[in-house]
Every structure is written in C-alpha cells, then in structure tokens.
Ligand binder design. Structure first.
Ligand code: SAH
Ligand code: SF4
Ligand code: F3S
Length: 445
C-alpha cells in the first residue's frame, strides 16, 4: 500500500480483451491502495486504454484526450497515462509526444503488469515515461483482476493473433499467438467458481487455434471438456472463433458439454471468394456455409452471430451481393457490421480501389434491411418458450426492470427484484424485438 486514498479512473475502448486488461489494471491499482472513481475531475490518475481497430475508435481517444489538457493545467499533480493497442504503434506514440505533451505515462499491451514500476518511476522523475514492448516475452500469470461483475468473468485463454487478415491491425498491436497453460486456466476458473462466479467467457482472437503454441498440444475442444467439469461454473462462453479452424471435434464438444452455451460468434467478414482471398481469411463462401450447415445440423438450437466488413478495397456490387447471400443463407441471430476502415501498416491499406464512403453507407443500409428481419424472425421463434437467464443488471431507465442473457446470448428484459442479480432464473418470453426479448419470470433456480 503506497498510494493511500489516491483515486483512479480507467476509460476503455475496444474489445473484451481490452476490457479485461482494464480489470487487471484496476486489480493492480487497488492492490497499491488506489480507489476507483467515475469522475475524471476528482481522479489523481487517469488511464486511457485505447483501441486501434477502426478509425473512429482512434479519433474518439484523441477527442477525449484533448479534453484532459485543462484538467492537467489546473492540477499538475494529476497523472495521465495512455496504454492499449494504439500505443503499440510508433507513429501514434509520436503524435502523443508531439501534440499531447501533458500525457505522463505511455505503455503498451504487453506490459500492463509493469504499472506499479511505471508509476513509481514517474513519481521520481515527473517527466514523460514511455515503455512499450514490441511483443510479450512470456505470459504473465497471477495479475489480480478487479472484475466488473461478481457472477460472470472474462478469462484469457490466449493472447495475440497469427492470422494477419489483410485489413486488421490486431496482429501488430497484440503480437504473436500465445496460449496459456491449461492448468493456469483451470485454476483461475476454479478460483472464480469458489468466489461464486457462475459464467466464464474464454477470450482469444481465435480460440479455435488454442493450444498450438503449447507443448501439450491440448486442443480448444479438450480444454472445454476440462472446464466443463469445474464445479460451480454453470455457463461457459468463448470468443472469437475463426471459421478456418472450427473443427468437428469442437462442434461435438459444444454439443456434449452441458455448460457450454449454444452460441458461436463466427465472423465471416465477406461473402465473395475473391474478397475473402484478398482479406487472407483462408476459407471460401461455400466452406463457410457448409460449416454453418454442419453446426446447425448437430446443434439445432445454436445461435450464430457474426462480423461483416462492408466496402473492403475493390468490393464490387457483385461481391457485395455475395455478402447479402451469406446473410440470407446463414440466417444469423445478429451481426456486427463495420465499414472498412484503412489501418496504416496493414496490407489492405495499400490496396488500390478504396471504396468511397457514400457507397459503403449505401451498402450498409441495404445489408441491414436484409439482416434485421432475419434477426427478428429468429427471435420470433422464441415466443412463449421458457429461457434460462443469468440476471445481470437493472435497466437504466426503469429500476423495476431487470436484464439478463439467454444461453444463446440474447438480451431479455423482465420485471423483477434487484436481489435476483447474479442468479439464474427461468423467463417465459412474451414479446420479441429485433435485438431484444421481453418476458416474465417463472421461477428461480
Ligand atoms: N479476432 C476477432 C476479432 C477481431 S476485431 C476475429 O477474428 O473475428 C473485430 C472485428 O473488427 C473483426 O471481426 C472485423 O469484422 C472488424 N475489423 C477489423 N479490422 C477492421 C477494419 N480495418 N475495418 C473495419 N472493420 C474491421
Ligand atoms: Fe484480426 Fe483476423 Fe486476427 Fe481476427 S483473426 S484479430 S480479424 S487478424
Ligand atoms: Fe481494439 Fe486492440 Fe481489441 S485494436 S479490438 S482493443 S485487440
């Protein structure tokens, strides 16, 4: 305990990987005696955990950072730190050094465990400290995490990515793929179960290639069986699955393991084989659709969600129609849709025939007009069914309304008492919308 009563706030952009990194930083800071605050004005330490996956993520960070200038002027003792994926790029660090001179500490995705040292160094020298590692040397175990919820938890099973999809910056910000040892994962989850956690979400950029960097060569499917045996855990989720690595063994594991939820997030990105090749995705439209068919045949109540990129360089109207065709055939429960965003340093950034924004927006509208009714139709099938829900929180607008998720990861609203938060209940679905469901509680487990 060194920094008693000092307050910190962490602002996080990006994916679950970043969210969980922020939970770890909170854990580290609280072990140093820091106290969390939600108000920037009263914080002694402000950390920005950044994302670089698309241009808008990047711009939001610059906007928010600019606003801190006056705070720092008023209170020079305030420490401003910036970390995460943006900081892994030298050209961005240079922008921070040049234009945001009031930033005190810059670090990266591979050395968040060094936060105590960075703070101590800064306190000694009070000049800008920059410490960014190109790649993680080894996996650091045992970082305490202060988790956002007390009943569901993120658990890293691997770090980094080796796939180098041509549009994506992640392999350059998160380094090469590294899997955690199965015993470390299992021990962490056993610990969570003891603390009363009911649900774990296993995190990796491509969980299906889990284990390839390990001597034991344990597969992701085998890991699921191990976790399924942990007493106290009731739900197991995972993301993200790359279609090229989703094996029959894994489909069987999802089917066999009673705790593994019936939901696969399976990004297809684009429907045209020509574009998929340019994206370096390593599967064809037909292979993807066959995979979907196979999954749905083996696990009929599976919910499938996906990521789609619109307007990859050179995408013609014909290519785009192939994307629409996949949406119609795969009948996704929902999809995240992204307009292609140029990421400096990736191969696609140098491709000719970048697509104008107005065409991307036009295609997005067409796509949503196809996708949304399909999502709604899938939800309609759940009318009057009984769903197992893990209750997560109260509605922001009405404190008598609770929300939680089905095993298939659908958000459900229902009336109930706040003491149900963290419990598993049965809800009868009484109304369905495109993105959410409504229902009535039938009983508690
Ligand atoms: N590893 C995961 C997620 C990576 S990032 C996976 O492979 O699915 C999440 C999503 O962001 C990707 O699936 C992709 O759809 C989108 N994305 C990544 N880079 C992008 C870019 N340059 N422009 C637009 N969307 C992008
Ligand atoms: Fe990016 Fe592709 Fe790796 Fe996902 S699999 S993180 S999209 S490079
Ligand atoms: Fe963004 Fe980094 Fe995640 S770029 S999407 S925070 S891995």
């Amino acid at each position: 305990m060194v920094d008693n009563n000092k307050k910190y706030i962490i602002l996080t952009w990006g994916c679950q990987m970043n969210e969980h990194d922020s939970e770890k930083m909170s854990g580290i800071l609280e072990s140093l005696g820091y106290i969390n605050t939600d108000i920037k004005e009263e914080a002694d330490l402000i950390i920005f955990n950044t994302c670089l996956v698309r241009e808008n993520a990047e711009f939001k960070v610059y906007g928010n950072l600019g606003e801190l200038k006056s705070l720092k002027k008023e209170r020079p003792e305030l420490i401003i730190a910036i970390c995460g994926c943006m900081m892994q790029r030298k050209e961005i660090r240079d922008i921070i050094k040049d234009k945001y001179k009031f930033v005190d500490i810059i670090f990266g995705t591979h050395n968040i465990h060094k936060l105590p040292e960075l703070l101590a160094n800064y306190n000694q020298h009070t000049r800008m400290i920059i410490d960014v590692w190109e790649d993680g040397v080894e996996i650091i175990e045992g970082i305490p995490a202060k988790r956002k919820y007390s009943f569901k938890a993120f658990v890293n099973i691997m770090y980094g990515c080796n796939n180098f999809c041509s549009y994506c910056i992640v392999p350059y910000t998160r380094g090469r793929e590294k899997s955690r040892a199965p015993e470390d994962i299992v021990n962490e989850i056993k610990g969570l179960a003891k603390e009363g956690f009911k649900e774990v979400t296993l995190l990796g950029q491509n969980v299906n290639s889990y284990g390839k960097s390990l001597d034991s060569k344990l597969s992701f499917a085998e890991l699921l069986y191990l976790i399924n045996d942990i007493e106290g855990i009731e739900r197991i989720r995972f993301m993200t699955s790359h279609p090229k690595d989703l094996s029959d063994e894994l489909i069987n594991a999802i089917k066999d393991c009673s705790k593994v939820c019936e939901h696969i997030h399976l990004p297809f990105q684009a429907g045209s084989d020509r574009i998929l090749k340019l994206m370096n995705r390593k599967y064809t439209k037909e292979q993807y659709l066959n995979l979907v068919k196979n999954i749905k045949a083996k696990i009929p109540n599976i919910s499938l969600t996906t990521d789609i990129i619109i307007g990859f360089p050179g995408e013609t109207e014909e290519d785009f129609l192939e994307t629409i065709d996949v949406i119609k055939k795969a009948e996704f429960d929902s999809a995240f849709t992204f307009l292609y965003s140029i990421r400096k340093g990736t191969p696609a950034a140098n491709m000719k025939e970048q697509i104008p924004d107005e065409i991307k927006h036009k295609r997005l509208k067409v796509l949503l007009d196809v996708l949304n009714p399909i999502s709604h139709d899938n939800n309609l099938k759940l009318m009057n069914t009984y769903q197992e829900i893990l209750v997560e929180e109260t509605s922001k607008t009405d404190s008598t309304v609770l929300s939680g998720r089905t095993r298939t990861n659908k958000l459900v609203h229902f009336k109930g008492n706040t003491d149900l938060i963290g419990k598993i209940v049965t809800v009868k679905i009484t109304n369905t919308k495109t993105w959410t469901l409504e229902g009535n509680i039938i009983d508690e487990k």
